[in-house]
Design a protein around this ligand. Structure first.
Ligand code: AMP
Length: 766
């Protein structure tokens, strides 16, 4: 079709564009592409990300999916004049079907950015799309079935976690890591993300040097401000930018985000102020990070600046994992608790591991070992950090190059008294003179220690052994913390390069299903891509995954920038009613029969707020190893698998310890006994504490700029404002807008029946 024919076609044949004037359609066509596909060719493949809206100009398309039995089922047909691809485009989900040409087809492909700029800014079109989205979504089997499909789509996606930096608009993203005497930088072009420019200015103020593009040169650089000039000059010399004004966004690594920051934050004066206030918790790092932010805001005034914190990934630690056995007031008044660090690296390598293993991220139990000059271990349970070895400071956990790691606090008090050390001297002892250096007396560098140990230096060997033994204990502890394990991941200078450390750390863990293949392990050093080093019979995958904190910061920065765009477009202000979910049970049909008698049908007594769901007259008792919770209501209709949702306090009463999970995600959860009038059922799994969640329709999601499975923060209005982090968004046409929280939480926060909340920010995108 010619251009004017396409314009006529869009105006007269495509419902979505009826209200568009010619100028707007011209604008739309300028950024779009009309193209031809042959018979049987796929226009969209199952599992791909939605990057365009399609309009069928001529021909006919078939929409189909392969079911669990491997049989292809046709879901429907698309005729000329219809649009397609809108689901994936608007929900952010991967495409859940194949769209294939039945005959030769002519198609108009409207890219994401053009779609956002033209269609999504037209209120009538947004209304139409949301109606269409609701109708289409109903055709796809939702909820339980959809989860399986979404998981399959995730693992087939070449870039499930956004590391290809695909964005609605092109960006030049600068990642800045400002240390006490260094400035490290990386520049990413979202059009060519693999081709980044990097450099570091080191020893600022003292014999400075600039390393970039494989070269190191001595430079005159007395201050961080001068280092910024060197960086900009370098990027201009490399023709990556024409001037500082080309940079559209800057991602800043910030060490400490305290309890305030549960996500990357767009920096304004208030955020900069808060980062400054956190200096009390990170006196060595936050001031210099803040200095970098101030210099960058002056150097790149038009760019969006984003702080990406080392601590945010660990925001999901439960209180029993982050509290110390100190008087509670130290936590309340002084913020003394475990925060954890290296979060960017733990998040990155765990995501990469899931991608490498072709498994859904939220289904895995992973222990990540970041072993560099600083070292920490993290338990990543279904995509959430639930424990980590660093604590209030980065000194805790594993012994490191010069940091002690865990030491009996009584021993430190003893040393301080004996040697008359004040706080600063003690701090210096445990941070600068301990760890590998302290034990070996030779070096803090693992390479040098390995060489010394090979030469028979007894204390070098002892330092390595102590390091690996501590690491092995942490791995074992985190298997216990997560009650299972699918993968162990090694990263960081030591983790990526020392086969000896990996071998010693995993030695004897075959009892947990962890075994490495020594030949593969030896070969796995210094690679750019993840490597599987597990033995053939190892139940658990052992991987070496090179970390890339700059890329992770770039990804988080890009996501924060896009969120900010959505926010300034006025999205996200809808009021969300809060509902308190009391404990309840969903039963499978087989369990209904066992508990209430063969042939028994559940008796609905009242509708629940979510359409199709109802509370039943039936109740069951929950019997745990320690105690019983009586008369827990059954909710209908019945489900494929029995699921019991209890509150936090009931855990103690029952004597079981279920994880926080999404509804339906029951792998590895504990069981208990259910007792009904006709009999009992012994569950071997199925008990969860439900993750906070918001139910919403596709239309709600669209107008709030959210997508299914986003994790958000919600502000609840009231006498005092409360912020709930870690709230999972679930989108389905069957849902009515409501946020569900646990009874205990509602009681603790004094939330009554008519409370409402609104979205404060998006924490992450699953
Ligand atoms: P990072 O802080 O991640 O750069 O890691 C630094 C640590 O990695 C130092 O202890 C190095 O000695 C160690 N490292 C680097 N390469 C190797 C290697 N080939 N074998 C053993 N350790 C290494």
């Amino acid at each position: 079709m010619q251009r004017n024919e396409i314009i006529d076609f869009l105006k007269n044949r495509v419902e979505l564009f009826r209200g568009f004037d010619t100028a707007r359609l011209e604008q739309l066509l300028d950024g779009s592409r009309a193209t031809t596909f042959e018979q049987s060719e796929a226009v969209i493949e199952f599992g791909s990300r939605g990057h365009f809206l399609g309009v069928l100009l001529d021909g006919e398309l078939s929409v189909s999916v392969v079911d669990d039995e491997g049989i292809r089922r046709e879901l429907g047909r698309i005729e000329a004049g219809r649009i397609f691809g809108e689901m994936a485009l608007m929900t952010g989900d991967r495409t859940m079907a194949d769209v294939v040409c039945l005959v030769r087809c002519e198609v108009l492909l409207i890219p994401d950015a053009v779609f956002m700029a033209t269609v999504m800014t037209t209120p009538d079109a947004v209304m139409q799309l949301s109606r269409l989205l609701t109708d289409r979504a109903k055709q796809v089997a939702y909820d339980q079935n959809r989860r399986g499909l979404a998981d399959r789509a995730e693992v087939q996606d070449a870039d499930p976690h956004g590391f290809a930096l695909q964005s609605r608009r092109p960006h030049l993203l600068l990642v800045v890591n400002c240390g006490s005497s260094s400035l490290k930088y990386s520049l990413f072009d979202t059009d060519r993300p693999a081709d980044r420019a990097e450099g570091i200015v080191e020893r600022i103020g003292d014999d400075a040097r600039h390393r970039t593009g494989g070269e190191t040169v001595s430079v005159s650089c007395a201050t961080h401000e001068e280092a910024f000039h060197l960086m900009v000059a370098d990027l201009i010399a490399k023709k990556r930018i024409r001037s500082a004004a080309d940079i559209t966004a800057v991602g800043h690594r910030v060490v400490h985000g305290g309890e305030q920051f549960s996500a990357a934050a767009v920096i304004d004066d208030a955020v900069a102020g808060q980062i400054g206030e956190l200096t009390a918790l990170a006196p060595l790092h936050n001031p210099v990070n803040l200095k970098g932010i101030e210099l960058a805001r002056a150097a790149f005034p038009a760019a969006v600046h984003v702080a990406v914190f080392d601590t945010t990934f660990h925001h999901t630690l439960p209180p029993y994992a982050y509290l110390y056995g100190l008087p509670y007031r130290y936590y309340e008044k002084r913020g003394v608790r475990r925060y954890g660090f290296h979060g960017t690296s733990h998040a990155y390598v765990s995501l990469r591991a899931a991608q490498f293993l072709k498994r859904p991220y939220n289904s895995l139990e992973i222990v990540t070992c970041h072993l560099g000059s600083g070292a920490s271990v993290c338990a990543v349970d279904h995509g959430r950090s639930v424990d980590t070895s660093m604590g209030f400071t980065p000194t805790a956990g594993l012994l490191m190059g010069t940091r002690s790691g865990d030491v009996d606090p009584g021993a430190l008090a003893f040393i301080a008294q004996q040697d008359n050390l004040d706080g600063a001297a003690l701090d210096s002892l445990v941070n600068r003179r301990s760890g590998l250096l302290g034990i070996s007396g030779i070096s803090n560098d693992m390479r040098e220690l390995e060489a010394a140990a090979a030469n028979g230096e007894h204390r070098a060997l002892l330092a390595i052994k102590t390091f690996c033994y501590t690491l092995r204990k942490y791995i074992g502890a985190y298997v216990a913390a997560m009650q299972g394990i699918d993968a162990v991941v090694f990263t960081g200078g030591i983790g990526e390069n020392s086969a000896g450390v990996r071998y010693l750390a995993c030695q004897g863990l075959a009892c947990m299903g962890i075994a490495i293949d020594e030949a593969k392990n030896k070969e796995a050093c210094g690679r750019a891509e993840p490597v599987d080093i597990s033995a053939a019979d190892s139940r658990v995958k052992v991987l070496v995954v090179p970390t890339d904190e700059s890329l992770m910061i770039a990804r988080d920065t890009l996501q924060a920038v896009e969120r900010e765009m959505a926010r300034t477009d006025g999205m996200g202000q809808a009021k969300i009613p809060l509902e308190v979910s009391a404990h309840h049970v969903h039963l499978s049909a087989a369990h209904v029969a066992l508990l209430f008698g063969e042939g028994h049908r559940l008796t609905p007594v009242s509708e629940l707020s979510q359409p199709g769901q109802f509370a039943c007259a039936e109740k069951v008792d929950l019997i745990g190893p320690k105690g019983t919770v009586k008369n827990v209501r059954v909710l209908g209709p019945d489900r494929a698998e029995t699921q019991v949702e209890i509150s936090m306090t009931e855990q103690f009463k029952l004597g079981i310890h279920p994880p926080i999970r999404e509804s339906g995600d029951l792998a590895g959860t504990p069981g208990l006994r259910l007792a009904g009038p006709a009999g009992t059922v012994e569950l071997d799994k199925g008990v969860i504490c439900a993750m906070r969640h918001i139910h919403m329709s596709p239309h709600d999601a669209l107008t709030m700029g959210l997508r299914d499975r986003y994790v958000v923060r919600v502000v609840v209005e009231g006498d005092r404002e409360l912020v709930f982090g870690d709230v999972m968004v679930r989108v389905s046409p069957a849902y009515r807008l409501a946020m569900h929280i646990d009874t205990d939480e509602a009681n603790a926060a004094g939330i009554g029946g008519d409370a409402v909340g609104h979205i404060e920010s998006i924490q992450s995108r699953a």
